[in-house]
Design a protein around this ligand. Sequence first.
Ligand code: UD1
Length: 355
Amino acid sequence: MAVYLVTGAAGFIGSHLVDALLERAGGDTVRGLDNLCTGRLSNLSRLASPGAGSVRAGSVLDRIDFREADLRDFDALLSACEGVDCVFHEGALPSVPRSVKEPVPSHTSNIDGTFNLLEAARQMGVKRVVYAASSSAYGNQPGFPRVETMAPQPLSPYAVQKLAGQYYMQAYANVYGMETVSLRYFNIFGPRQVPDSPYSGVMAKFILQILKGERPTIQGDGEQGRDFTYIDNAVQANLLAAAAPAEKVSGRVFNVACGERYTLNQTYAVIARLLGYAEGPLYGPPRPGDVRDSLADISAAREAFGYAPAVGFEEGLQRTIDWYKAEFRRSAAADEDHLNMIEKEWREGKYRGCS
Ligand code: UD1
């Protein structure tokens, strides 16, 4: 029986990982840490599956050791790492544009926070840390698909921050013999991604806008490409990376993606079709720090720990749309789910205005 710590446990990716860890048989202990800045407690209190309408308050929160704490609080991290075998470090302030607009909190959360976590893990004898690195590290260099051996060319503060965390992971493996694995996520999407912040991922944002009857705006010409990756694939990669023999994964970095590129124009068309929306997008200026294209070679993860994406682009989008539709109906209906956790927590000031 192992003890796992998930940082960012109330966030999009972290909460799915918590669910997956709890779903496995075997009586493992799961501890979760989140400062509830962009994470939502409701992510830990209801089911993720499409159409799962019932709010199950406390269903996950009752089963994990959840701690509300910030990655910049070293003492809280020391305590959180006590007795832990493996950390999944998902906690971060995400978003390229956020890091451009507000570089200081991004820097302190993503670089200082990652360093604190790693050092606390070392001091408490944690065996392995699996880290959420980012495909933004590749930047705009030529050569597709992206292979882990390419020299990074980070374009934005966010890309630098995630890369710095990855280098720290590798340094701790080198000099302290800690087992660290960095997973370079390529545009993960799915249920629970925050849809209504200026810094939301594009899939969640477009889906919610269309559901609300607002016309989405594509920033740039829409011909930028992304290797959009459904959340279940990222969860699978984490669980496999946590269990893989150290000699195959420790100190290494792996792309986690689908190995398929879709332009934003194509993505918009699929979302609009699945939602039965006839309007085209608006177009606006491109975003500073935006990467033009992204497509991963995923053979390293396949060879090292058997990663094989199970949910493709369109199926993932359909599941995501189903989930947001159910969410949207709940908040629109304001009946039983007037106790809709999100709204309730919002009214209680749970999110601290960090969006
Ligand atoms: C980047 C990283 C990704 C990381 C994420 C964290 C790359 C290639 N990917 O994602 O690995 O997990 O940061 O936040 O660097 N867009 C619009 N209209 C909108 C919103 C976005 O056109 O309303 C466009 C953006 O300009 C961009 C694309 O959609 O071209 C994707 O944006 P977003 O979902 O924010 O993710 P990335 O910045 O690509």
